[in-house]
Design a binder for this molecule. Structure first.
Ligand code: FAQ
Length: 348
């Protein structure tokens, strides 16, 4: 699909290799064959070349990628729900058409990402089963309700804005299919962010009630968006390894800071106040200082106890069950086409 490679892992390479000792500290001797494969892998990473599906890779690298890419895919498709909630209530035909297209784009991002994860040897059925059983994570941000139309604009501006900040460095991720998928995703997310901002600008030029609605939405989403970048670097168990492998290029805290620095001037142009009394420019650091994030609330949400976790999961499971007949019909059609083609080939 698009820029994705659909190559599958090469099974002729050694399979039982462990991650390098220097990277994870697992003391386990490598066979000669595995050590040679490990050296080729390290050389590629050091030269900033892409690892492709057919390349040998340490099992821990593969596992980390499946974890992150599948979580990312789940976030995209669960992320369709909060905004999807407003499609039938958009204030004009123009806004409705834009919102339908945006939500559809997010579904598309999910598909590129599931495809990228499949190149690592994990089936889409398995990934979806993990999402539906509650075993797999998806982004905390999609477990909050969208209470007013202004929430749709704020999701575009802040949630897509945070997503782009995190995803631009992923275009340089060491795993080829993920990096290539991210290029297209980032282009679309940039458009999403602009449409959200433009929608908010329109509301801010409107009545006092509309302006208050935007401010209320910003108040409710701001802190959740800061938390979306993940725990502080000091509490992020996956960061060090992810960065050594070139999966993550910029740390959670650094991305969060970049997001704050980029967003403050946008809020000024918009005419909204970011709800943080500690937010101020620090001349010495050349960055904005900001207040403390409520990490207890973040972890409660990540662990299934946010305001909408149960509702989001139930909606996903229902949509999957109701789509069963579509998947069956598509498979039956593909089977019929394959039979027709083989009959044609036999006749030729
Ligand atoms: N929510 O050690 P770290 C979007 C988990 S797409 C839930 O720092 P890592 C588009 C983390 O998984 C948004 N869980 O982990 C859109 C780990 O748990 P695990 C999604 C979170 O992987 C817009 C544990 O905490 N974007 O918005 C979150 O190095 C609008 C420890 O954390 C991506 O997925 C969280 N916010 O860094 C759609 C980008 N943060 O797995 C619709 C790709 C952390 O060990 C509408 N992912 N956790 O059990 C990444 O860049 C990384 O995976 C991070 C986390 C940065 C999310």
């Amino acid at each position: 699909m698009y820029t994705q490679s659909f190559n599958v892992p090469d099974t002729t390479e050694p399979t039982g290799a462990k991650a390098p000792l220097s990277l994870v500290g697992v003391v386990s001797p490598l066979s000669e064959q595995d050590a040679a494969a490990q050296t080729r892998f390290d050389t590629k990473l050091n030269a900033d070349q892409k690892i492709e599906p057919q390349d040998w890779m340490p099992e821990a690298y593969r596992k980390t990628l499946v974890r992150q890419i599948s979580q990312h895919a789940h976030s995209e498709i669960v992320g369709m729900l909060p905004e999807g909630n407003w499609i039938s209530r958009a204030p004009s035909l123009k806004r409705k058409a834009i919102l339908i297209a945006k939500v559809q784009d997010e579904g598309g991002h999910g598909l590129y990402l599931y495809s990228a994860a499949e190149t690592l040897g994990t089936s889409r059925d398995q990934m979806l089963a993990d999402l539906h059983s509650g075993k797999a994570k998806y982004s905390s941000i999609f477990n909050y309700p969208t209470l007013t139309w202004a929430d749709v604009g704020v999701i575009g501006w802040l949630v897509d804005g945070a997503a782009i900040m995190n995803q631009i460095p992923l275009c340089r991720c060491s795993y080829g299919p993920y990096a290539r998928a991210m290029i297209r995703v980032c282009k679309e997310e940039s458009f999403h962010q602009r449409q959200g901002y433009e929608s908010l600008l329109t509301l801010m030029r409107g009545t006092a009630e509309q302006q208050a609605m935007v401010q209320d939405a910003v108040n409710r989403w701001w802190w959740k968006c800061l938390a979306m970048f993940g725990p502080p670097d000091s509490d992020s168990p996956n960061s060090v390894q992810g960065m050594r492998w070139g999966i993550k290029r910029i740390s959670n805290d650094d991305l969060r800071q970049k997001f704050v620095d980029a967003t403050v001037p946008q809020a000024e142009v918009l005419g909204v106040r970011l709800p943080d009394p500690d937010l101020k420019w620090n001349e010495a650091r050349q960055h904005y200082d900001f207040g403390a994030i409520d990490w207890d609330e973040f972890w409660a949400t990540v662990n299934g106890n946010g305001p909408c976790n149960k509702e989001r999961l139930a909606t996903r499971v229902k949509a999957h069950q109701e789509g069963q007949w579509v998947r069956e019909a598509a498979l039956a059609y593909a089977h019929k086409q394959a039979q027709k083609n083989s009959l044609k080939q036999e006749a030729a």
